[in-house]
Ligand binder design. Sequence first.
Ligand SMILES: [Fe+2]
Length: 268
Amino acid sequence: MAESPHVHPETTTPDGSDPRCVPHKLTAPLPIGAECPYPDYSAEEQDVWKTLYARMETLLPGRAADEFLTGLKALDLERDRIPALADVSRKLQRATGWQVCRTPGLLDAHDFFSYLARRVFPSTDYIRARRELDYTPAPDCFHDIFGHTPMIVHPRFADFYQKIGQAALNCKDAATEEGLTRIYWFTVEFGLIRNPGGLRIYGNGIISSSGETQHSLTDKVRKVPYRPETLAAQPYDIWHYQDPLFVIDSFDQLESEFVRWAKERQLL
Ligand SMILES: [Fe+2]
């Protein structure tokens, strides 16, 4: 894969001119856990985090998956201050054995999946500018920390996420890689789940976008049952809201069906 699927439809510039959109090919290991320094954030940057957190906190009840909200609560992320990656890493390690490493930005796909395969989540530590509250050209730490880490608290999602990384490293042909990228896209970034209370969002590409969070659960979007073969065959358009979206019944189903798909292709 030319670049990480860790790219979001509402956030990528058409010509990739923003340096935040250029994937990094690593030449040295990234700092992990306690090795991640806490940046000297300005008061303005801390306030952007606070604004984004407050906005999502009002939108997510009744829309975000129970499992996402449980993970968010377990991590106890600071509302008024950008959390330290070292602290988030420590909490994740206690929950599911995952750690966080600090990435300078988007990663080359092979590097990105190599970390996932070792149960390490690459997170940025910079935050978007205030003018980018609704639009940033690449993931920032609000997307990575607030949006991604709560799901990694869930044991079955955490195992699934690692297996996506392991399977990606074993892809031998472009068609299988494309299929896996689509599965990643329609689950980790754009997945829906049927909770006891109704249809809910667990994909961070949706949770990162207040517009898509409100749009995705409406009847304007087709909802299709999750089956890896169906996702792998579904192209996506990064410039528009996603349609269709795919619905899992549980994270057990998400993982077990993915493992079946990957084993049938000798990826696991
Ligand atoms: Fe993401």
